[in-house]
Design a protein around this ligand. Structure first.
Ligand SMILES: NC(=O)c1ccc[n+]([C@@H]2O[C@H](COP(=O)([O-])OP(=O)(O)OC[C@H]3O[C@@H](n4cnc5c(N)ncnc54)[C@H](OP(=O)(O)O)[C@@H]3O)[C@@H](O)[C@H]2O)c1
Length: 317
């Protein structure tokens, strides 16, 4: 027998969510499709990419920015060119009351909230533990940790109140899982968010709300924050897929996790890093493994051809 409120057959899952004490189906297909999204830090790089991809998928969006009004305007124009609405709010999200205010503004402007993407963070924040100061730690804590939690908290309250089986997504980092020197704070907070996400996923699933993370690796940034690998071969050669990612690719991962196709996924972190953190210690006498080699595609192909030829000969014996 099915669990209460959930009907499952082989091809289809229908979820019934209690609204005002009644069991009400979401729609004919049990759709999880969300159409009103808040993206914090939508004025630049990854946040801009997320907002534009969501607009392409049919979302109206509200974005926040801190200082780059021109960047926010650029996002607004790109979203509106796709026929979707875009509301823009200025916020210093390290302030204690800002996350609630921004969620209220987005909810009012969009007339609801189905998806919140907590993206605005300071991508730097590195330094030796030997030189840690309360100020350094508090600043990063306020923006990269507290802001994420308060934004998620305010969003989920609206979703629960409205009976909306919404989605909350945190943009973390592959640094949440892989340790680097001088990264106890930025990487540590990203790891903390991923762990907090797992508990929130448990807490909120009873309301049909899913909570997940998207963890980018090295994503190309226009202002060179994460450099173009064409100019930095050491970087290019260190990533198994041999290139940086793009803001669009992070946006596509966000859109997937927000979609009904991901309706059975909660409490995970989806890495978008081209395999960046997979390699362990380099092995062998060769200076580097294949993915560190600048002619890797030719070499990989030549090796594959040789393997296929050996296999063919073996089979003919
Ligand atoms: N880029 C990467 O390779 C990479 C890799 C892993 C993880 N990430 C994560 O991805 C997310 C976005 O990174 P990004 O590289 O796109 O960063 P970014 O280019 O620096 O953009 C950050 C966004 O957040 C806003 N913001 C920054 N500080 C803020 C504050 N104090 N209050 C309110 N808003 C603030 C910025 O607004 P203004 O521009 O208007 O000031 C901007 O819209 C972050 O969570 C970062 O940790 C990035």
């Amino acid at each position: 027998m099915d669990s209460p409120g959930v009907h499952i057959d082989f091809w289809e899952v229908r979820c019934y969510h209690a609204r005002d004490g009644t069991n009400e189906s979401m729609d004919e297909r049990g759709s999880f499709m969300s159409k009103k999204a808040l993206v914090t830090g939508g004025s630049h790089n990854i946040g801009q990419g997320i907002a534009v991809v969501l607009a392409e998928k049919g979302y109206d969006v509200a974005i926040t920015y801190r200082s780059r009004a021109d960047g926010a305007e650029e996002t607004r124009k790109a979203v509106e060119a796709l026929g979707r609405k875009c509301y823009v709010f200025q916020a210093e999200l390290s302030q204690e009351d800002a996350p609630q205010r921004v969620v209220d503004q987005a909810y009012d402007a969009l007339d609801g909230l189905d998806l919140t993407v907590c993206n605005a963070a300071n991508p730097s924040g590195r330094g030796s533990i030997l030189s840690a100061t309360p100020e350094f730690i508090n600043n990063l804590f306020a923006l990269n940790f507290r802001n994420y939690l308060l934004t998620a908290s305010a969003s989920s309250r609206y979703m629960v109140r409205d009976g909306v089986p919404g989605v909350i997504l945190f943009i973390t980092s592959s640094r949440a899982r892989r340790a680097y020197p001088d990264d106890y704070l930025y990487g540590g907070f990203k790891a903390g968010i991923e762990r907090a996400c797992e508990s929130m996923a448990i807490d909120l699933c009873r309301y049909g709300i899913r909570v997940n993370c998207v963890a980018p690796g090295c994503i190309w940034m226009r202002d060179g924050g994460c450099p173009d690998p064409e100019e930095y071969p050491f970087l290019k050669n260190g990533i198994p897929l041999h290139r940086s990612g793009t803001a669009r690719e992070v946006g596509e991962a966000v859109a997937y996790l927000a979609s009904e196709e991901a309706g059975y996924i909660t409490g995970i972190s989806l890495r978008v890093d081209g395999g960046l953190i997979l390699p362990g210690m380099r092995e062998g006498k060769e200076p580097n493994a294949l993915w560190y080699d600048s002619n890797w595609q030719d070499k990989v192909r030549a090796e594959a051809m040789e393997m296929l030829e050996n296999h063919r000969k073996e089979m003919e014996k």
